[in-house]
Design a protein around this ligand. Structure first.
Ligand SMILES: [Zn+2]
Ligand SMILES: [Zn+2]
Length: 264
């Protein structure tokens, strides 16, 4: 079952102490223990996994929302560290599956070419998704988990994710996005929704949300608990929660690095 989410990085590519680039761990709990799913993999993710106490070998699945550097650049580091430890071989080894938008295979091929022979020698599964509903790959390891995606329009191929377990718990992650009502059905009623909140309303960047727009999206999709993330320095100078509450009546929090949030 989906148990909780740990924030590895609630910031952007602009360096800020105590923030860091996009990375999240969704804790999938089974009777045999936890199988954390890594969502986005920006620079520094591998270090923060280590700080959190999650070894790289515990990661069997990575979800990527889009190919901007603050969401994807540590993918190569994950591949290489797994290869160095021979994690694809030996008893109890699990293949890594990387899930992402159309273009993921090309992206990984480019990274592999720049890092031969290490990454090209490591074998892993690549799953490219367009808009749709899917049974979670690696079904035997993630029984009852389903995955829905829809394009966000932030980049040509960017997607957001909803994960739903067999007991109906819904977790939604916007990745990077502007205000886009196409996201509403996926975010609808989520027990926990993470929405990006890049800049203050008066300094809005195209392709990104502001506190009030994130609040509007959360309100229209009846999100039960809203966690805001992907903060540039400028947005941290305003009272984000007060701005969000002008649009959204539910529970709202600002994501903190290495903090966990229950999903229930
Ligand atoms: Zn982006
Ligand atoms: Zn970003």
């Amino acid at each position: 079952m989906i148990d909780r989410l740990t924030v590895l990085g609630p910031g952007t590519i602009m360096p800020l102490p105590d923030y860091g680039c996009s990375g999240y761990l969704l804790h999938w709990k089974t009777s045999e223990g936890e199988r954390p799913i890594l969502i986005d993999c920006g620079p520094g993710t591998l270090d923060r996994l280590c700080e959190h106490g999650t070894p790289v070998e515990a990661i069997e699945v990575i979800l990527i929302t889009h190919f901007h550097v603050d969401h994807v650049s540590d993918l190569a580091a994950v591949f290489l560290s797994r290869w160095l430890r021979n994690l694809d071989k030996g008893p109890g080894a699990h293949r890594l599956t990387v899930i992402g938008p159309v273009g993921l295979a090309d992206h990984i091929a480019t990274v592999s070419k720049l890092n031969q022979p290490w990454i090209s020698e490591y074998e892993f599964d690549i799953v490219e998704l367009g808009a749709g509903s899917y049974v979670f790959p690696n079904r035997s390891r993630y029984d009852g988990l389903s995955l829905d995606t829809v394009p966000t329009g932030h980049t040509e191929n960017s997607i957001c994710y909803r994960l739903t377990d067999s007991e109906g718990r819904r977790f939604f992650y916007s990745g990077d996005t502007d205000y886009n009502e196409a996201l509403l059905p996926l975010a609808d009623g989520a027990e926990l929704a993470i929405l990006e909140c890049s800049m203050p309303d008066e300094k809005k960047l195209p392709g990104h949300l502001t506190p009030r727009l994130a609040g509007k999206l959360a309100e229209k999709s009846h999100v039960r608990r809203l966690l805001l993330t992907h903060f540039y320095e400028e947005v941290l100078t305003v009272d984000i929660v007060t701005e969000v509450r002008k649009e959204y009546g539910g529970e709202v929090e600002l994501a903190k690095k290495l903090r966990s949030y229950p999903i229930s």
